[in-house]
Every structure is written in C-alpha cells, then in structure tokens.
Design a binder for this molecule. Structure first.
Ligand SMILES: [Zn+2]
Length: 249
C-alpha cells in the first residue's frame, strides 16, 4: 500500500527506516548522553509533564527517503554551528555586570554568519519529526492542526519569516545544577508566561519555538533571525531581559 509523506505530501512505497527525531550528532554531543545513552520524553498530561526514559533517542519510520535526505543536509549544515566544539569556537562569549548583584556577571553568547533559513528549517524539522513519530505509533499529536499547517508552511517555503513562530535558544551547560541538565529532552509542549511553546534540549541548548503568537514572549534580540542570534543561560534570562529593557527605555 502506498503511503503519503506528511512533509512533502508525495505518495511513496516506503518511509525511511530508523529516522531519528533528534539527529545522532546532537545526541552524541550531549555530555551525559555519552555515558548513559538515553533521552527523556516529556508528555503533557492534564497539565503535568510526565517523564519517560528512552534508550538511544527516539527513532522510527514516519517520513519519505527524499525528505530524510534533505533534512540530513540541514543537519550537516547546522552541526557546523551547534556541535559543541564548533559553537564555542564560533560564538562570541560576552559578559556584562549584573545590576542587582555587583559580585556577579552575566554571560551570554552571540552567534552570527549562519544561513537563517537552513537553521530554521533544521529546528522545525525536529519538532515536526517528533509530531509525525507520535502519530506513527498512535500517540497524541505534539502539534495541534492549526499550528501544524503554519509550521509546514514555514518549513516548505523559501521566504524569510522569523517572526510568525519565533525561535529562541537558551544556553545551559550540563554542569549547571539545574534539574535535568545534560540529559537530552525530546520535543515537548511547555507553557511559558501563557504562551504555548515547543522545546527540546540537546548539546548545551534549549531550543524553544513560540507557537502562541509573535507578541513578545522573547525580546527581539533573542529571536533567531538572519542578522544573528543572542543566547543567554536559563538562569540569567530574566536578568538579561531586565537589563535590556532598562537599556532600551
Ligand atoms: Zn517526503
């Protein structure tokens, strides 16, 4: 029986086998993953996030070979910026004083010189793959249909659009003593300040897609866009936002 690929809508005989939701290089670049080889699947059930451990990351058969091969080009490109060694070589590390604590400094990163569309498509492909994986095994969808249509459009079109569903990336190294640090998190739905977001954690980053609206969950500076990207750590995010607001007003 022929199958319809959910990304390109072509009719194909078979889907690619062993398709990863989060690519292998991201898993292998996540420190703790190297030791215990497992990822965490989070599910929102009645407003509670439930954790389930998955060995070697989620993989399955849910898109066509052609889409898989296009995504693998995007993965290769993105690895030049987000593999741990590449990131720390390419990103500029900046520190500013914490206005609320003279003994502390706040660190953030600037990343420039990437092809926005390729990085955006790469990240969108990961949320989409988790969604289509869920459907392929009869789990609840990750993305409701009204958002799915927009995500697929953003993924498939060539026009630059960074504001409809903005993406922000938080930096967090596994050594930070925050819950779950270092373990890979498969894409999950999370409510932040009343906005629905899709998030996953891999390498040293939370990749966060705001699917509620473009009205201000992230300040403009922290949105992935063609001109570049600023990244802050999870624990200094609030402080940076305050500092930025103060410096603007
Ligand atoms: Zn396809």
């Amino acid at each position: 029986m022929m199958k319809i690929c959910p990304i390109c809508k072509r009719s194909v005989k078979n889907f690619k086998n062993n398709s990863h939701v989060i690519p292998k290089w991201m898993l292998e670049n996540s420190k703790v993953y190297d030791v215990i080889h497992r990822t965490v699947e989070l599910k929102l059930e009645k407003n509670n996030l439930k954790r389930k451990l998955v060995q070697d990351g989620i993989k399955g058969s849910f898109i066509c070979e052609q889409c898989e091969s296009k995504i693998s080009d995007l993965e290769n490109y993105s690895s030049k910026f987000f593999k741990r060694d590449n990131f720390y070589r390419k990103a500029n590390r900046k520190t500013i004083p914490d206005k609320n604590n003279s003994l502390k400094e706040i660190t953030y990163y600037e990343l420039y010189g990437f092809d926005f569309k390729k990085i955006q498509k790469f990240l969108l492909s990961i949320y989409l793959r988790q969604h289509f994986y869920n459907l392929s095994i009869g789990n609840n969808p990750l993305i409701i249909s009204k958002h799915l249509g927009v995500l697929l459009k953003l993924y498939n079109e060539t026009a630059i659009d960074y504001y409809t569903y903005p993406i922000a990336i938080y930096h967090m190294q596994p050594s930070d003593k925050l819950k779950g640090g270092g373990i890979v998190y498969q894409p999950y739905v999370c409510k932040m300040d009343g906005h629905y977001t899709l998030q996953f954690y891999a390498v040293d980053f939370y990749f966060i897609l705001d699917i509620s609206s473009h009205l201000g969950l992230f300040p403009e500076e922290f949105i992935l866009k063609p001109a570049g990207l600023l990244m802050v750590s999870v624990d200094s995010y609030e402080i940076i936002m305050r500092t930025l607001k103060n410096s603007v007003s």
